[in-house]
Ligand binder design. Sequence first.
Ligand code: ADP
Length: 476
Amino acid sequence: MTKVLFVVSECAPLIKTGGLADVAGALPAALADCGDEVRVLLPGYRSILKHLGKTRVVETYKDLFGGAAKLRACEMAGLDLLLLDAPHLYDRDGGIYNTPTGADWPDNPERFAALCYVAAGIAKSGAAGWQPDIVHGHDWQAGLTPEYLHAMEVATPFVFTVHNIAFHGNTGAERLAALRLDAGRFNADHFEFWGQISALKAGLAGAARITTVSRTYAEELLTPEFGIGMDGILRHRQADLIGIVNGIDEAVWNPAEDPNIKPYTTAAGKAANKKALQKTFGLGKADGPLCVLVSRLTEQKGIDLLLEALPHLLEQGGQLALLGSGDPKLEVALLEAAATHSNVAVKIGYDEALSHRMMAGGDAILVPSRFEPCGLTQLYGLRYGTLPLVALTGGLADTVINASPAALTVGVATGVQFFPITAQALGNAFVRLGELYAQPKVWSAMQRNAMKQPVGWAASAAEYHGIYEALMEAKT
Ligand code: ADP
């Protein structure tokens, strides 16, 4: 049994802004099935501590990056948690990364450095008698951990998972002392990135193994286009870079037992959910497919491409129901499209229950991302018989089988992929989707294929387990 400390800034169902939280919330249970014991070190954000039941204080810190702090242990939602209760860093209104007006918190570098510092301390001395064999950090918020492990002279191996390379956690060199970093290691071999301190770079340089969330993304990261400045270090570390596709929590995303929907076990059961969803979104009946999209609204997610290609969907008699929030410009443009077209409906906001109803009621789920490390909504779509229409990139390339003539003949297609990632190619994909939808037998066969795809965590958790085992063997 390997004891693993997850270091992560969000974890479903406690706190979530994106797919990172889903992974941190579901992977520990899947690893437990492999025989590993995971504890999750998470910032004690106000919203978490407010709803907390009983906790045990297992460590206290007199001065943790500017204030006193406590480490609290508890079990919650089936997870073994270690919550860093540091009011000066986490007890505030607003988002977990952003102020109420949307700017990054100015002290984000300290907020997440503190988490890494505490992680290294747990690796060194344990917490309430529990000491990890492996520290597994996720994204830049956990990136400085190997620097503190080094400073504390701890040999515990560090595994680093990149969920999205676009976020670097960079800050100016004047913060070296404030972040308790060793100025002697402020160089290109460790955590210096073009004159700045980079938490992501620190993680990439200091990890025993680097993983990312799909095989295709692992390859893409080695190129300047996708590596976003980190491709050089990643090419250097290529021998230790492994792509492991994300799974989904099959208990939470299960159409047969989902409390948010009219449950079903075959795609025929989607009809009642579709009707209900159309009503919710104020959409009427239509001849073409009802496409749904649930996402952060950012440049990455290709929402502008969708807006441009939309006429092709509408010409097919298709409909769009979209749920998301983010870039105000995109929000306005989407609301304008909804006001102009009766077959387009948009809800701005974040709504977990509605996202389940959209998976159940939609015919197709859209993911037109410019890049997508893994993507989760296409996996929910597969499980719910809601066919993914996706860009050919990252995890979207690895999890969807395109309805090419060959795949249709063999009977393995599960969705539609488009490339290059342009509005024109997306428009053509809408035409293909409409043609497939107009052939009920073909469409039903694809839905059956989709619902059969393995999208749970079992296989991927076994891969992480294999990495831990290899590192443990190398230690002895
Ligand atoms: P990313 O992590 O880049 O945001 P993913 O597809 O990996 O993208 O994960 C996004 C997660 O957040 C999914 O679980 C998705 O259902 C959820 N999500 C995103 N936006 C919303 C929203 N507006 N309402 C409900 N869930 C959302």
